[in-house]
Design a protein around this ligand. Structure first.
Ligand code: 2P0
Length: 312
C-alpha cells in the first residue's frame, strides 16, 4: 500500500495592517487588505499528515495531546475541503507541534493551517502553485494564507502574495511579550463578525485602511522604520477602538497591555525605535530592529517584571 505521508513547517505571521471582518463568512474572503511579516522558526508549527483508507476518522494530536473537541472539528472540516477539492476519500492522522510553549497565548491558527495545507497536498502528491496553496490555507483560517510565504506579505481577496523577501529587511524583529497565557475568551472569528455587524467606527476604518496599506508598503520598501512603527501603532489602535465600539464591546487589551504601550512611548521619546501592535489578545508584539532588541527586552522586564518573551 502506498504511504501518503508528509511533514511541513510554517511560521506564524504578525499583521502590520490587520485583517478584520469577512465579505464571505464561509469562504473567508476579507473585508480589507492586510499586510504582514512572517516570523522566524521560534514561532512556527511543524505538522505531519498521513492519509490512509485504514483510518475510520480523522485524528489530531496537538503538542503531544490527543484532541477530540473543537480543534479536531476545525481540522476535520478543513480536511473535508481538501478531500472535496482533490477527490480524496481517505481520512487523515494529523500530528502537529508548535515551536513555542503550549498555552503561552500565541495564536497558532496561522502557522497551523499553513503547515497543514502544505503537508496535506504534499502527502497527496498534489503539485500546486503558491497562490493556490495560499487560497487553500485561507479556508482553514484567514491569516494562514499569509503564512505560506516568508518575508513581507499582503492579502486581499482569495490569496496572499509576497511583496518583499525576508532578506529585503532581515533586521526586523517581533519581540512578543506574553502577558496572559490563557486562551482568549472570544474567538477572533466571532468577534470580527460582531464588529462588522455593529460598529460605526469599523465602517470608517474601511474607508481609510487602504491608504494605510500603501503607507506600510512604502515604509517596508524604503526600510523607513519610524514610518512603519507609527503606521502599525495607528492601525492597532484603530482596530482596538473598533472593538470598543462593537456592541456588546470586545476587550482584548488589559491594564498590562496599556502599561506596555506606555513603555513603548517612553522608549520612543528621542528616536522611534519600537512600535507596538496587538492582535485578538493582550499579548504585545513589539516590532523593532535587531540592534534594539536587547534594550526593548530590558525596558519591558524593568517595568513588567519577569514576563515571558519570544523573539519572532
Ligand atoms: C490578522 N487577526 O490580520 C488579524 C489581526 C487577529 C487580529 O487574522 O476567522 O484566526 O480564521 O479567518 O485568521 C485572526 O483571525 O480568523 C487574525 P479566521 P483568524 O492577523
Amino acid at each position: 500500500m502506498q504511504i501518503k505521508k508528509a511533514t511541513a513547517s510554517a511560521s506564524s505571521n504578525i499583521a502590520f495592517i490587520k485583517y478584520w471582518g469577512k465579505k464571505d463568512e464561509e469562504k473567508i474572503i476579507p473585508m480589507n487588505t492586510s499586510v504582514s511579516m512572517t516570523l522566524r522558526d521560534s514561532v512556527s508549527t511543524t505538522t505531519t499528515v498521513t492519509f490512509s483508507s485504514q483510518f475510520p476518522k480523522d485524528t489530531l494530536v496537538l503538542n503531544g495531546k490527543k484532541e477530540v473537541g473543537k480543534k479536531l472539528e476545525k481540522v476535520s472540516q478543513f480536511l473535508d475541503i481538501i478531500r472535496k477539492k482533490f477527490a480524496v476519500h481517505e481520512h487523515a492522522a494529523v500530528e502537529s507541534q508548535n515551536s513555542f510553549p503550549t498555552g503561552c497565548g500565541i495564536a497558532s491558527s496561522a502557522s497551523g493551517f499553513a503547515a497543514l495545507a502544505m503537508a496535506s497536498v504534499e502527502a497527496l502528491g498534489i503539485t500546486i502553485g503558491k497562490k493556490e496553496l495560499s487560497a487553500l490555507a485561507r479556508r482553514g483560517s484567514g491569516s494562514a494564507c499569509r503564512s505560506v510565504y516568508t518575508g513581507f506579505v499582503t492579502w486581499s481577496g482569495s490569496f496572499a502574495e509576497q511583496i518583499y523577501e525576508k532578506k529585503h529587511w532581515p533586521e526586523l524583529r517581533d519581540v512578543i511579550v506574553i502577558i496572559d497565557a490563557e486562551e482568549k475568551k472570544m474567538s477572533s472569528r466571532d468577534a470580527m463578525k460582531r464588529t462588522v455587524e455593529t460598529s460605526d467606527a469599523y465602517k470608517k476604518r474601511l474607508t481609510v485602511v487602504d491608504d494605510r496599506v500603501e503607507v506600510v508598503k512604502q515604509a517596508i520598501g524604503q526600510k523607513d522604520f519610524p514610518l512603519l512603527a507609527k503606521t502599525i501603532m495607528e492601525d492597532s489602535d484603530e482596530l482596538h477602538a473598533c472593538l470598543k465600539d462593537t456592541k456588546p464591546n470586545v476587550k482584548y487589551l488589559t491594564e498590562k497591555s496599556y502599561k506596555i504601550i506606555e513603555v513603548v512611548r517612553r522608549m520612543n521619546m528621542d528616536q522611534v525605535i519600537v512600535g507596538y501592535t496587538f492582535d485578538a489578545g493582550p499579548n504585545a508584539h513589539l516590532i523593532t530592529l535587531e540592534q534594539h532588541v536587547e534594550s526593548v527586552v530590558q525596558n519591558i522586564k524593568a517595568c513588567m517584571g519577569d514576563v515571558s518573551i519570544i523573539i519572532g
